[in-house]
Design a protein around this ligand. Structure first.
Ligand SMILES: [Cu+2]
Length: 183
């Protein structure tokens, strides 16, 4: 009788499902500010926004403010989110409101200032303004200061304001931020 070796049934490893448990550490991809990608094909908010008669209050040091009329030719509201200028260590968007005692005080508008669609937003003494806290050098009448507005879609508008002597716009600041020692 022939004896065949008993068929050895090799057991192939079943399936070998290699489940790769890949733990993806979610690296903070919350989008870095200032790198907002422009929407392809769409015009930016900046294309619709202009400023007329920009000026800045002349001052030797400390605080000043910039004014002008912002216009929005677009069909959607545009919010000015922030302002930058080499003329001042801190630049903020301010509004002027009456406090509980009835005094006019100014405070930061942290959510920005809205320029309505097809309309305008006036920046004027006693009202909304661009606040400069910590002038980097004296602003004398006739000097120019350049500003960059950052709009809600991340686009920017540059403008140059001429310094004028002006005795108003001395509202008390009650923003709650330390403005004594701007860095
Ligand atoms: Cu102010």
């Amino acid at each position: 009788m022939s004896t065949y070796p008993a068929p050895r049934r090799r057991r192939t490893a079943p399936g070998a499902f290699l489940v790769l448990a890949v733990t993806l550490a979610l690296t903070g991809c919350a989008g870095s500010p200032g790198s907002t990608a422009a929407t392809a094909g769409a015009s930016t908010a900046a294309a619709d926004v202009t400023i007329t008669d920009p000026w800045v209050k002349a001052a030797d040091s400390g605080m000043s403010a910039a004014f002008g009329t912002l216009e929005n030719a677009g069909t959607g509201d545009v919010t000015v989110m922030s302002v930058q200028s080499a003329a001042s260590a801190i630049v903020q968007l301010h509004e002027t409101v009456a406090n509980a005692a009835g005094e006019m005080v100014m405070q930061q508008k942290k959510d920005g200032l809205v320029i309505p669609a097809g309309g305008s937003l006036e920046l004027a003494p006693g009202g909304n303004h661009i606040m400069l806290m910590g002038l980097t050098s004296p602003l004398r009448a006739g000097d120019e200061a350049t500003f960059t507005l950052t709009l809600s879609d991340g686009s920017t508008v540059d403008f140059t304001a001429v310094a004028k002597d002006y005795t108003g716009a001395n509202e008390t600041y009650t923003g709650g931020m330390n403005m004594e020692t701007p860095k």
